[in-house]
Every structure is written in structure tokens, then in C-alpha cells.
Ligand binder design. Structure first.
Ligand SMILES: [Zn+2]
Ligand SMILES: [Zn+2]
Ligand SMILES: [Zn+2]
Length: 113
């Protein structure tokens, strides 16, 4: 980890923000939780370490930097992340495309709520 890496919380974190729950080669992103303003490796880590529900990011706030590349430490906005090709624009590390099925845990998806 570099010195300016933001704090990431999670269970059994490795140096690229993989956690107890998601530890495949490409499971390297962390998500900043709107409720805590802190990066967590995944929503299950958030559940394990806090006692409140995740507050999802409303679409109007998707220009906030809330995605951390665990490989290089760059922070992406939610828009950048969603419009990307499941890789880091800075270091080209691959992100897990299956995360798509978990967006609703973190982001208020159009048509929901
Ligand atoms: Zn929280
Ligand atoms: Zn986790
Ligand atoms: Zn990167």
C-alpha cells in the first residue's frame, strides 16, 4: 500500500482490498459507503463491522469519488466506474464484472426505490 492510500475497512483485508468474502484475482475494488464516508471492501464487511444498514448513493451523487482501485489506489467516481470496462483507467488492473449484480447494495439504481 502507498502512503496516500485511503483507509479501507474489511474482514481479513489483503493489500489490494480483497476480503474474507470476495477474494478472487479481480476483487480489488473497495466502495466508499455513503453512510460512513469510509471505504469498505464489500457490503458484507460493512455488515460485519457496523450495526447499521448501508445507505445507497443516489444517482445525483454519482459524481462523487466512491470507488477505490485496490491495485493502484486511484479513486474513481461512481459514473467513471459504471461507464468503465471493468478495469482501472489508471493502472488497467481488471475489476470483477460480476460486481454488476451487486450494484444495488451500494448505488440507488434507476427504477429502484
Ligand atoms: Zn455505514
Ligand atoms: Zn467483505
Ligand atoms: Zn488502478
Amino acid at each position: 500500500m502507498t502512503l496516500n492510500f485511503p483507509e479501507v475497512r474489511g474482514v481479513n483485508l489483503d493489500s489490494q482490498t480483497r476480503c474474507e468474502h470476495f477474494h478472487g484475482a479481480t476483487d480489488i475494488i473497495a466502495i466508499k459507503m455513503k453512510c460512513c464516508d469510509v471505504y469498505y471492501a464489500c457490503q458484507e464487511c460493512h455488515a460485519a463491522l457496523t450495526e447499521h444498514e448501508i445507505e445507497v448513493w443516489p444517482e445525483r451523487e454519482w459524481s462523487q469519488e466512491a470507488i477505490l482501485c485496490g491495485a493502484c489506489g486511484v479513486e474513481l467516481t461512481i459514473h467513471q466506474y459504471m461507464q468503465g470496462e471493468f478495469c482501472c483507467p489508471a493502472c488497467r488492473a481488471q475489476f470483477n464484472p460480476k460486481c454488476r449484480s451487486h450494484y444495488h447494495f451500494y448505488f440507488q439504481m434507476p427504477g429502484s426505490l
